[in-house]
Design a protein. Structure first.
Length: 245
């Protein structure tokens, strides 16, 4: 999969993604990261590479202009004609795991990062397929949001993680939060690992983890829990499980 990022700060994006799991995926050729500096597409005689200007109608701050963004986008389209283009901004639909899985199936994803007061709406209306927000807060630029999208999508691509279980049993993959996890030592600060996890009975362990996952979701994300379809039998088991805690 090819990730293209249109940005004023390419080093911020590449510096984050060229390490750890995503860095290994780049080195193995499982994903391709292409950062495009929007400043490279300003007018040839503009020695300052100015990409922003004041806003019509007044207002504080500066707005990124259409033409540099459009030319940067066209440079990507020339190489990836079928690229799916996303603008990261606070007005977009909220990123979730379902959207991550959907995006990870694209052959090429282009992410446009705004700065200052954003980007002239005309160019966004012309070239953007979808606007996505990573949360209800404001960042100084879109680079961190772009990295979040690329990191989360990369995990869904074959070969990036060691095996499928590395992501299929994690939080949000099936609408629930992951069950609590433990490692050695068996006892720490008078806190014991649940005995069932030491039993060696995989059927009991699987059921415990499932019920524990449901309980975590109910306790920490009741909004997610309310959307689950749980059988009466499973709910009775969950209630019994909660009485043991």
């Amino acid at each position: 999969m090819i990730f293209n990022v249109l940005t004023l700060f390419p080093d911020q994006v590449s510096g984050f993604l060229n390490v750890s799991i995503t860095g290994n995926a780049v080195n193995k050729g499982l994903i391709e990261l292409n950062t495009v500096n929007i400043r490279d597409f300003t007018e040839p005689d503009d020695k300052y590479h100015k990409v922003d200007d004041t806003m019509f109608g007044g207002g504080t701050g500066m707005l990124m202009k259409c033409e540099p963004v459009y030319k940067a986008y066209q440079s990507v389209k020339d190489k990836c004609p079928d690229t799916y283009t996303v603008f990261v901004g606070p007005k977009g639909s909220r990123l979730n795991q379902s959207k991550v899985i959907e995006l990870s199936k694209k052959t090429s994803l282009t992410i446009i990062c705004g700065h200052y007061e954003g980007i002239d709406s005309r160019v966004l209306d012309e070239i953007v397929d979808e606007e996505i927000s990573i949360g209800d807060y404001v960042l100084t630029g879109g680079e961190l949001a772009a990295c979040v999208i690329i990191d989360s999508c990369s995990r869904m691509i074959d070969g990036v993680l060691p095996n499928e279980n590395a992501f299929t049993i994690e939080s949000h993959m099936n609408g629930t939060l992951e069950a609590p996890q433990y490692t050695k030592p068996q006892k720490w600060h008078d806190r014991e690992v649940p005995q069932v996890l030491l039993s060696g009975n995989q059927a009991l362990i699987d059921e415990y983890n499932e019920l524990s996952s449901l309980y975590e979701t109910l306790k920490k994300r009741p909004d997610m829990f309310d959307k689950l379809e749980i059988s009466r039998e499973k709910m009775e088991k969950l209630l019994a499980f909660m009485r043991t805690i």
